[in-house]
Design a protein around this ligand. Structure first.
Ligand code: PLP
Length: 386
């Protein structure tokens, strides 16, 4: 039988590089490859598997729902979808929810919402201010919104209406605001570029500016949401609420689902404006309800804050120039281009980490990670870093 890398080479479009490992099974924070080798997973499907792998609550909810009703389309009502919407609104801010299947789609919904809101309320204003280095997904509008030219340049011409400014710089947002500006769209912690948290006062200042100039504040909490940073949503660290918030990644604990939440002032979609065949289907929503119930029952938001502190101290002393992050979203940046060799050496030694570029390694483990598992990771990474 051909190996997965051989088959991938022949049959998969080569859209990204993969590490030389084929995972076949997972349990909690552990995963195993086809040879039976065990790994401690500090990446969790890039901040997706909030409850780790094969969590019994998610597995049984998915199995039960699969035997009951997987999909119906949004031509009809289904109970899991409306219950999940209610739960998300209860956990965040007064709003209504649109469900889709990914972070990029959630951001597409947010951008379309902002444009419609601008057409209706702001004389056709349509420009969205976003930040350099941000990542909002891979659809054409999402790569254009994102502030990394390497992801958008090959696909020019890009849709108009996006302006990029430096992150953590309120004056840059003020300077870029014109009559055409309809919204500011931000990650509360920039993830993909290497975990850059909003500095104190930044989001508060952006919120006040949006209020002053009648702009929508869109927060992309695709990576930061659902307990990852030690609060249900990262904006809660700053005592503000957005007008629009997008979620995905951890929301389904591994089952694909995305969501866009809009406060009443931004909730301008009408029947026919937007939609999704799969979005919010009973399978994904039941998985998500199971994830949220366990996060709440087991106090995993507070646990993520505590484990984040432990992880941070485990990363201090590994020779990095800087360790930064919030809760269980941490990164360390090396002075030299050591991130990729470090990632490979950790993999060889049985710990999965994520080099986001040549200098920076990201850690977004399952929220269920234990102090003992962080100790184990620390031991391995200390040996590797030597
Ligand atoms: C902040 C943020 N927004 C959007 C996305 C895109 O999500 P998806 O890959 O589910 O489309 C990501 C994915 O890494 C992300 O980190």
């Amino acid at each position: 039988m051909s190996s997965a890398p051989e088959l991938a080479d022949k049959y998969l479009m080569q859209v990204g590089r993969r590490l030389p490992v084929t995972f076949v099974r997972g349990q909690g924070c552990l995963v195993w490859d086809e040879s039976g080798k065990e790994y401690l997973d500090l990446v969790a499907g890039i901040a997706v598997n909030l409850l780790g792998h094969a969590h019994p609550a998610v597995a049984s909810a998915v199995a039960r729902q699969a035997q009951t009703l997987i999909h119906t389309s949004n031509l009809y009502f289904t109970q899991p979808q409306v219950e999940l919407a209610r739960r998300l609104v209860e956990l965040s801010f007064p709003s209504r929810v649109f469900f889709c299947n990914s972070g990029a789609e959630a951001n597409e919904a947010a951008i379309k919402l902002a444009r419609k809101w601008g057409a209706r309320n702001r004389g056709g204003a349509f420009e969205v201010i976003t930040t350099e280095g941000s990542f909002h997904g891979r659809t054409l509008a999402a790569v254009t919104a994102g502030g990394q030219a390497k992801y958008s340049d090959p696909f020019k011409p890009l849709p108009p209406g996006f302006v990029h400014v430096a992150y953590n710089d309120l004056d840059a947002i003020k300077g870029a605001t014109t009559d055409r500006t309809v919204a500011v769209m931000l990650e509360p912690v920039m993830g993909e570029i290497g975990v850059i948290p909003a500095r104190e006062g930044y989001l508060e200042g952006v919120r006040a500016w949006c209020d002053e100039r009648d702009l929508l504040l869109i927060l992309d909490e695709v990576q930061t949401g659902l307990g990852r940073t030690g609060r249900w949503f990262a904006h809660q660290h700053h005592g503000i609420t957005p007008d629009v918030m997008t979620l995905a990644k951890g929301l389904g604990g591994g089952v694909p689902i995305g969501a866009c939440l809009a406060a009443p002032r931004a909730d301008v979609f009408e029947p026919g404006d937007h939609g999704s065949t799969f979005g919010g289907n009973p399978l994904a929503c039941t998985a998500s309800l199971a994830v949220l119930a366990v996060v709440e029952r087991d106090g995993l938001v507070g646990h993520a804050a505590e484990m984040g502190e432990l992880l941070r101290s485990a990363l201090d002393g590994l020779g990095a120039k800087e360790v930064r992050g919030l809760g269980l979203m941490q990164a360390m940046e090396f002075e030299e281009a050591r991130a990729k060799p470090f990632q490979q050496a950790c993999l060889d030694a049985g710990v999965v980490v994520n080099a986001v570029d040549d200098h920076t390694v990201r850690f977004v483990p399952p929220l269920i990670i234990s102090p003992e598992e962080i100790d184990r990771a620390h031991e391995v990474m200390t040996a590797v870093a030597r």
